[in-house]
Design a protein around this ligand. Structure first.
Ligand SMILES: Cc1ncc(C[n+]2csc(CCOP(=O)(O)OP(=O)(O)O)c2C)c(N)n1
Ligand SMILES: [Mg+2]
Length: 617
């Protein structure tokens, strides 16, 4: 029988034999590694410090795929109970983090291997960059420093790749720098105009130990240019001038203040695509998306009579304006948290470098100077125009299969008001922007400025992780579906009950519409015929098929009543429904062609119009 050994003696022996660095159960469980103030302290490995800092920064889920360079990290995530979600493709990891961030307003986090893991994720990180979505991308790099050897697996220039699609990259060159790199990435992602930030940590640093003492960096400051604010206030206080508000994503967390300001000024409110939901679109002053020929007719008509546009938290990007088709208004006040966005596309009378929330709050402090009498005539006009818009939307164009607009309207009727809706890069995104009424902030999402096809499926999964009890649905074209459909298997594995609606027309209809008008024929637009029922079975999700407009309501209700994830094939006939966005963009594009280009384009179209059998696809 051996002598009993006390724990203290055992530790002493281990220390002598160099084993003390091995984490005991307490250390593994992370006792006293993180202070209540968010500090990270004590002796630990680089991987432990990284995970503690992610936890200290409020990370609720890490999306990604492990690899040799990061297994240490994933192992610690598990020990420290930092939730993670394994994806099928890093393209999705970025988009899941994006969906998580859009639906919560907090940074989404992904963790990918260097080389292919990182390059796979670039489309999604790029979407977040162009759409102002806060993400933190952690990449475990190949060995660097004195452990560097040439010809390592995945040895691509990770920092350089990330720099192209982020606001900034923080590379740890010593294990001591790891917590600060993570904290600075979070701060940068949230600061000013939000966006993605990168953290690159060579894997050799993840296993090194260090005595850490790292403190939180604080929250980002918010700007307000007071001189410019005073100029804006003077213009808005002039009651002879009618004001229209154009609100974007920057206003998303300030809906009550925005509504109060709109009511004070009796100003109609239009939104950008990503601003949909900043105010309840049923509000008597809400006119819908855009204020040009691309948006709702209501917005276009109402803004014709506006003297000053107060644009807050918008950039007038190509997609939101249909190739910059922006009607002229006498005066513009442009407010944005990013100084570089101000007056870039439309010349502004006053540029106010300010956070939207601070700007709106300041306006409310001047309520007496701004208050206008209720404008019953304006509100009646908005109501009538909206009724006409709704009548136009109800017209059916489909002859075989379901009408896409009827699908969107039925979906809206059947879904809860707080359902999270992810609309992909299908032609239907433009009808949805016009006709899909949004009632609450952060409930309607579209990959606006990178237009990365396939985004909706992973993004919806990321949002469902953050909102387990909410209805979450995608509106995905069949082309988009083909890009990320395998990710549906993650819904099955992780029990995420997203309903995936796929508009199946076996084509890139969007491209067909663009190509037909410019080239009188289509090229590379036809897709494979898929057996969706078999796919659903293989992916382990429920299946619903909708074959006509008449089947829409029962089909959508059937899918929503199912507890788990469901794939819904909506056999779609796009018909010849006009697309205001396309018509507006086409007109603007044509206006910019030179005389010689116009002649050439016209000649090509005319000669092809005479061909009895167009050479399609
Ligand atoms: C990754 C990517 N590749 C190509 C495009 C160009 N593009 C935009 S829409 C589209 C077709 C979308 O097809 P589908 O999902 O079937 O929707 P539909 O056009 O039929 O409504 C294409 C190819 C893109 N936006 N993103
Ligand atoms: Mg299609």
């Amino acid at each position: 029988m051996s002598d009993p050994v006390s724990r203290r003696t055992a530790l002493k022996t281990m220390a002598l034999s160099g084993l003390a660095a091995l984490p005991g159960p307490e250390a593994e469980a992370g006792i006293l590694r993180r202070g209540p103030d968010g500090s990270v302290r004590g002796k630990m490995t680089g991987a432990q410090a990284l995970v503690e800092t992610l936890l200290a920064e409020g990370t609720c889920c890490v999306f990604g795929i492990p690899g040799a360079q990061e297994n240490e990290l994933w192992d610690v995530m598990k020990t420290r109970k930092l939730p993670y979600l394994l994806v099928t493709h890093e393209f999705s990891a970025a988009m899941m983090a994006d969906g998580y961030a859009r639906s919560t307003g907090r940074p989404g986090v992904l963790c990918v291997v260097p080389g292919p893991g990182l390059t796979n994720s670039l489309s999604g990180i790029g979407e977040a960059l162009l759409d102002s979505i806060p993400l933190v991308c952690v990449v475990g790099d190949v060995a660097r420093g004195d452990k560097y050897r040439p010809f390592q697996v995945h040895e691509l220039p990770q920092v350089g790749l990330l720099e192209q699609v982020t606001k900034g990259v923080f590379e740890a060159k010593h294990q001591a720098e790891i917590p600060d790199a993570v904290r600075r990435a979070f701060l940068l992602a949230k600061s000013g105009e939000p966006g993605p930030a990168g953290v690159v940590v060579p894997y050799n640093l993840l296993i090194e130990t260090y005595k850490y003492h790292s403190h939180p960096l604080g929250e980002p400051g918010v700007p307000l240019d007071t001189a410019a604010f005073d100029c804006a206030l003077r213009l808005l206080a002039n009651r002879r001038w009618r004001v229209g508000i154009y609100a974007g994503l920057g206003c998303m967390d300030f809906a009550p203040a925005l509504v109060e300001v709109a009511e004070l000024l009796q100003a109609p409110v239009a939104t950008s695509v990503s601003g949909k939901g900043v105010l309840d679109e049923c509000h008597p002053l809400a006119v819908g998306w855009g204020y040009g020929a691309q948006g709702t007719v209501t917005a276009e008509e109402i803004f014709k009579h506006v003297d000053i546009v107060l644009a807050i938290g918008v950039r007038y990007s190509e997609v939101s304006t249909a190739f910059y088709s922006i009607p002229k208004v006498p005066h513009l006040i442009h407010v944005d948290i990013n100084e570089n966005n101000l007056g870039r596309i439309v010349k502004a009378d006053v540029c106010v470098h300010a956070d939207a929330g601070i700007f709106l709050a300041r306006l409310l402090e001047h309520a007496d100077e701004l208050r206008r009498a209720p404008d019953g005539r304006l509100q009646t006009k908005i109501r009538k125009l909206k009724e006409e818009d709704a009548r136009r939307h109800q017209k059916l164009y489909a002859r075989c299969g379901a009408d896409p607009m009827a699908f969107l309207l039925t979906l809206r009727c059947v879904l809860n008001h707080d359902a999270l809706v992810f609309v992909d890069v299908t032609l239907a995104e433009h009808w949805a922007a016009e006709a899909f009424t949004v009632f609450q902030p952060r409930t309607y999402f579209n990959p606006t400025d990178n237009q990365a096809m396939g985004w909706s499926i992973p993004a919806a999964l990321g949002a469902q992780v953050a909102h387990p009890g909410r209805q979450v649905v995608t509106v995905t074209g069949d082309g988009c579906f083909l890009m990320s459909a395998m990710e549906i298997s993650t819904a099955t594995r992780a029990g995420l009950p997203v309903k995936f609606f796929v508009l199946d027309d076996q084509a890139y209809h969007y491209m067909q519409v663009l190509q037909q008008s410019a080239y009188r024929r289509t090229t590379a637009t036809l897709l494979a015929r898929l057996d969706y029922a078999a796919l659903a079975q293989a992916l382990g999700v429920g299946y619903q098929e909708i074959n006509s407009t008449a089947e829409l309501e029962a089909g959508i209700r059937g899918a929503l009543s199912h507890d788990g994830p469901v794939l819904v094939r909506v056999v779609t006939d796009y018909g010849k429904r006009p697309v205001r966005w396309i018509d507006a963009a086409k007109k603007r594009y044509t206006d910019e062609l030179s005389a010689e280009q116009k002649v050439r384009f016209l000649a090509r179209i005319s000669s092809r119009a005479l061909q009895p059998h167009p050479w399609n696809d």
